[in-house]
Design a protein around this ligand. Structure first.
Ligand code: ADP
Ligand code: MG
Length: 650
């Protein structure tokens, strides 16, 4: 006897509301229905272990998803424990429904911004996001159980009657609504299933009921004819029998999921090759990961996962990683920043945390102490891995440093606890490509430049200074990534007495030979300031005269450290930095070497064509040693250089 019922609560029709609320990711019904199938099989396996169910010799547990684009149906079948009539009544008609009612109650008044992650608990009813009609055919594993057919058309009414399913398990058919036909397309289905179900613990097969029959060689002509007939006659009512036929006919090649993903294995049982393969497969990154961390924790909470440090090709490449979050091998979402510390979002990886409360909103997650613990645990593990490598595998650590240092520096800026842990493992690449600690760098400068660390931001632009430094036996460290400017500020804030000075900032004091007398210096500077101002038609250039050890150096441009930082900051805010009158000039100072013959010539000859040309050339050369010329300056420089060369052959 057919049993009829009604699902309406408070005279509200639940389905339009489900549709509306879950609209943002309505493909999620695939996850819900397939994971219900997985649950049903897992439960049956447990019953068998407990001796309450006798498994056949070689149980072939699986879930099949059959799509039919012509009929616009999706059929999801499992051979799990199935349901009796009472169970359908309890779990589908009452419980699943009350889950939906709860959901409505909770989120009715909230706005969309309060995004819901999990939708777990809404489970089965998510089918109505995409279907107008849903049928269930189920047979319980229990002895003498009768098959049940459940049919719910669109609105709120369902009908329950005796069905004809003759093997235990459950088959659910969705008759898609107009907006959702796409989900019966094989490729779309594959895409969604791969997104959510790639690592579910039971084999999942996708079958296209419309696929040409040649796929299986054994099939005969007559069989293919029946298939066509079947699809022609059953236009809007594909009975589950038809699907069953189609299902058995089509070849099942291989499951689309991996039922034992690498993270579920013990780290000792995983090979390097497996880690690399997993990385390439999951993140579609052809580059090799640098190294990885296998998280495996049972207590005080359950968490497993693998985090990879990806290779970054250039610092300009976007280095946004992906951390995929799973709940018992069911994909939940990418990059949930409440669970993964923000700075670790640069990594790629998977995290499976069965204990995570996923049916709550993101804002609730933020305030969840448990989530904070997970996030702290992950941070700690990453810090441990880094310091561990630093201590016991320094060679590789140094090899990876150029790639991983942006992560680490960013982490230090974002997370004090992390900084506290990894600060001992911070290293700097020096002028001879060796990796030294901050202490090493300070030690080297202890005598001549106490508490000072010189640094290079661009090895090409600052090549001349680097050469001078090396000649003098001085060292500097490379700080050439975008994160380095704020990182230097942070280091200085943490180590109050330490100063970072760019290699071109304080040259005069580094390379001074003997000091000029005050009078001499004043005299020379006044004279040369005027000569250069006249020649360049610019009286804002600051000129200073020093005796530098290396006679061959004529002129250099020095950029005051503080002014340069200020300019860089303004540039990063997109402000105009071309006006040198701002902030007391652009901080550039032209240093002329009183030991150099060209400069000595200028001190003797303050006027004339040669003097003018010399001034311009010396100035341009000084600029070139520091940063590129503008187009206009470059044109003039080339023309002038040619003129000067002409003098050689006259
Ligand atoms: P949840 O999975 O969170 O319990 P659902 O709405 O997805 O919520 O499902 C409600 C209940 O319906 C399940 O707990 C289960 O008892 C029953 N159920 C759903 N799908 C199946 C299935 N394929 N086989 C057996 N039981 C099922
Ligand atoms: Mg469920």
């Amino acid at each position: 006897m057919a049993k009829k019922g009604s699902l309406s609560i408070n005279s509200e029709n639940i389905f339009p509301i489900i549709k509306k609320w879950l609209y943002s990711d309505h493909d999620i019904f695939y996850r819900e229905l397939v994971s219900n199938g997985c649950d049903a099989i897992t439960k049956l396996k447990k019953l068998s272990i407990m001796g309450e169910y006798e498994e056949p010799d070689q149980p072939d547990y699986k879930i099949t998803v059959s799509v039919n684009q012509e009929l616009k149906t999706i059929t999801i079948s499992d051979n799990g424990l199935g349901m009796t009539e009472e169970e359908v009544d309890e779990y589908i008609n009452q419980i699943a429904f009350s889950g939906a009612a709860d959901f409505l109650e909770k989120y009715k008044d909230k706005t969309n911004e309060d995004q819901i992650i999990g939708h777990f608990g809404l489970g089965f009813y998510s089918a109505f996001m995409v279907a107008d009609r849903v049928t269930i055919d189920t047979l319980s594993y229990k002895k003498d159980a009768k098959p049940v057919h459940w049919d719910c058309t669109g609105g709120t009414d369902f009908e329950m009657s005796e069905g004809n399913k003759d093997t235990h398990g459950t088959t659910i058919v969705l008759y898609l609504n107009e907006d959702s036909y796409e989900f019966s397309n094989e490729y779309r289905a594959k895409e969604v299933l791969e997104k959510y179900c790639s690592f579910m613990p039971v084999s999942i097969f996708l079958i296209n009921e419309n696929a040409p029959v040649e796929e299986t060689k054994e099939e005969t002509k007559s069989e293919s004819a029946t298939t066509e007939e079947a699809s022609e006659t059953s236009t809007d009512d594909a009975s589950s029998e038809d699907h069953k036929e189609a299902e058995t006919k089509k070849a099942e090649v291989k499951p689309l999921n991996e039922t034992h993903p690498l993270w579920t294995k013990h780290p000792n049982d995983c090979t390097e090759e497996e880690y690399r393969d997993f990385y390439h497969k999951v993140f579609h990154d052809y580059k090799e990961p640098l190294f990885w961390i296998h998280l495996n924790m049972d207590y005080p909470f359950n968490l497993k996962g693998i985090l990879y440090f990806p290779k970054i090709n250039s610092q300009y490449e976007s280095i946004e990683g992906t951390i995929k979050l799973y709940n018992n091998q069911v994909f939940v979402a990418d990059n949930i920043k409440e669970v993964i510390p923000e700075f670790l979002m640069l990594l790629k990886g998977v995290i499976d945390c069965p204990d995570l409360p996923l049916n709550v909103s993101r804002s609730a997650l933020q305030n969840d102490g448990f989530v904070k613990k997970i996030s702290d645990y992950i941070t700690k593990k990453v810090a441990d891995k880094l310091t561990g490598m630093f201590k016991t595998d320094r060679e590789n650590y140094e090899k990876y440093w150029d790639d991983i240092n942006p992560f680490i520096k960013y982490g230090c800026l974002r997370d004090e606890k992390f900084e506290e842990k990894v600060k001992e493992a911070l290293i700097f690449k020096d002028l001879s490509n060796k990796y030294i600690s901050m202490q090493d760098a300070l030690e080297e400068n202890k005598e001549a430049h106490p508490n000072t660390i010189f640094y290079v931001t661009n090895e090409t632009e600052q090549a001349q200074y680097i050469q001078m430094f090396q000649k003098e036996g001085l060292n500097a460290v490379l700080m050439n990534t975008t994160i380095d400017a704020p990182f230097i500020n942070a280091l200085e804030a943490k180590n109050q007495d330490v100063k970072f000075v760019r290699i071109d900032a304080d040259l005069a004091s580094v390379f001074k030979d003997e000091a000029l007398s005050e009078d001499e210096k004043k005299d020379a500077e006044e004279k040369l300031s005027k000569t250069f101002a006249d020649a360049l038609g610019n009286d804002s250039i600051k000129v200073s005269v020093e005796k530098l050890k290396d006679e061959s150096i004529s002129s250099m441009l020095l950029v005051n450290e503080q002014s340069r930082r200020m300019m860089d900051m303004m540039k990063s805010y997109g402000m105009n930095t071309m006006d040198p009158s701002m902030f007391g000039g652009n901080g550039e100072q032209l240093v002329l070497n009183a030991n150099n013959t060209l400069v000595q010539y200028l001190l003797e000859h303050t006027e004339g064509e040669t003097t003018q040309m010399l001034c311009k050339q010396l100035y341009d050369l000084a600029v070139l040693g520091c940063h590129p010329l503008t187009a206009e300056q470059m044109t003039a420089f080339i023309a002038r250089s040619n003129e000067i060369l002409q003098l050689l052959v006259k």
